[in-house]
Design a protein around this ligand. Sequence first.
Ligand SMILES: [Zn+2]
Length: 436
Amino acid sequence: MTTATTSTYSCEKVTTTFNSLKCKECGTTYEPKAMHVCELCFGPLEVDYDYDAIASKVSRATIEAGPLSIWRYRDFLPVQTDNYIDVGTGMTPLLKANRLAKKLGIKNLYIKNDAINMPTLSFKDRVVSVALSRARELGFNTVACASTGNLANSTAAIAAHAGLDCCVFIPSDLEAGKVLGTVIYAPKVFAVQGNYDQVNRLCSEVANTHGWGFVNINLRPYYSEGSKTLAYETIEQLGWQLPDRVVAPLASGSLFTKIYKGFQEFVKVGLVDEKSVRFSGAQAEGCSPIASAFREGRDFIAPVKPKTIAKSIAIGNPADGVYAIDIARKTNGSIESVTDDEIIEGIKLLAETEGIFTETAGGTTIAVLKKLVEAGKIDPDETTVAYITGNGLKTQEAVQGYVGEPLQIEPKLSSFERALERSQTLERLEWQPVSV
Ligand SMILES: [Zn+2]
């Protein structure tokens, strides 16, 4: 593997809607290079766009005429050339979830289904498509990531497509599906004996010593911008309108803050009318540092040691936690946590009512949605969008033992009839009203 600092990939600068990175805390600006922390105050850096330039270039019509991927929103993304990596990421369905809504007791529920995002079936394909496009512009030949699984899948796959060398760091106790779904693309994979926060710390050191482009470390300002496309697509798919409420999972908190930013940007450039949107965040109780801080009215995150089946969102020291809390507070939303049992119920509920098999993060989102409805915090008439961020086939261990099994029969009609009758009897018994 080579350490590249100079570009072997030449591409002409076409249009630029951003020229710098800006500190989220003190406002200091920097050249848009591979860096993520302010040198003066250690605040996180964000991409600083020229919204007047965007507004003069972009309309609903130009977006609708664009590719059927996240790149239809190219002017809102941090790339400076048109040589971005388009593997068909984005434009996932926004499904009107009538059966789930009825079961919960609300009327206007939508599922934004990134369980079928391309190419690796999670929302991470959005952030990685953007990060690797920018990595290539910045001249990196080797890209890397610290991952709880989905990011590893995505970085390895999109790097393979783009012909970039790839190095992936994961905790050693990940689900088998996520490990296989990474090694198949033949990156170098390091299974670290530690939790995600330890993996992340190690990667920060590697990024400093090897000069690689870590998508979620030194490329983080670019990477995180990819999540905004979930907001843009939601607006477009709702017929150029904002929803009333968002329910989304919280890991680092970045996704949550970027959906908020995406909504604001479309308002700012006049693509959609302003409206207040309530933001509700979902965490697993076994790793809920953001939910705890919200509940206790704190402005800081007390890191925790994760212990939950929802491994893809098990970040004990979430980088954007305080910003997520701020958004939940100022939009009159909330941040809730649910138990592992409730997460499994959430996965099953979404599968049985809408035909979508999500992973544990999605189960967390649905369980929190249910909790909010039951607590009367969601008005039945609100237009609510729940974000399903990953696919259940990757985390089959989580539901094994909690779902039904096939009826074993001989290849004979009589055997089939007996089994059918038995199953119907069992169903009737299960559904008998309980007398008190
Ligand atoms: Zn600063």
